[in-house]
Design a protein around this ligand. Sequence first.
Ligand code: HEC
Length: 248
Amino acid sequence: MNFNFKHEWIETNIGLMAVLTMLAISVGGLVEIAPLFFIDKTIEKVDGVRPYTPLELRGRDIYQREGCYLCHSQMIRPFRDEKLRYGHYSLAAESQYDHPFQWGSKRTGPDLARVGGKYSNEWHVQHLTAPRSMVPESVMPNYPWLKATPLDISDITDRMKALRKVGVPYSLTDAEYKANVAKFGETVAKELHIPNAQQSLIEQANFGNYDGDRSGISEMDALVAYLQVLGTMVDFSKYKDDAFINDR
Ligand code: HEC
């Protein structure tokens, strides 16, 4: 059978072409859209995923401001090579509190979805300040101002309130706080309580000493705190390997 001939015949019959195009788009659309109606089922139930603490949240803001997502994805696809290189593939639940999510669409650098705990804080500080001092062939830009710039924490409560509007369970009232204690435990619930925000940000930065300098809180403190939490919330050793979608 001559398929080339059929192709030409369809392409020169504009009515038929329109109908077939519509059909192709509808099927494609349905396959993509229909699962979203069962969203409860598309987000797997996993323990450990929590909203970012105020310090991590500020780090995430800086990650977006500096455009890190232009070169780094945060989405490990369910393929063997990805799993071997980056760890367990990303679960929908892991980005449920990310607004906007940072999946990205380009990997000039490696995926960062599970970079947390891979390197020390010192490594990150040095690498972000001067990437080529750690990885000579790197094409990543230098970010020398992060360590030198004090972190602006004046609007942290506004930032949390904005995220609360889109469904991130940062608490304002006592009842919401109690609900978070039940859901995430007391230590985490305190971090998620908006009236405590500045205080808990300062405490985490001082305790973690992410940029290696306790004399103040820098943008570097926030960004490293954020990088170090990426991919660490779910303890995969608690799940059997086939607990989620089939491994391919
Ligand atoms: C122009 C593209 C580009 C931009 C923008 C960029 N990076 Fe990178 N990044 C890279 C490349 C390439 C590497 C691999 C070489 C290296 O380690 O430096 C890398 C590596 C990294 C690593 C080490 C990952 C690993 O698993 O070894 C981290 C962490 C990182 N980048 C964080 C950031 C952060 C945070 C930002 C924003 C402040 C950023 N990058 C912006 C290109 C980029």
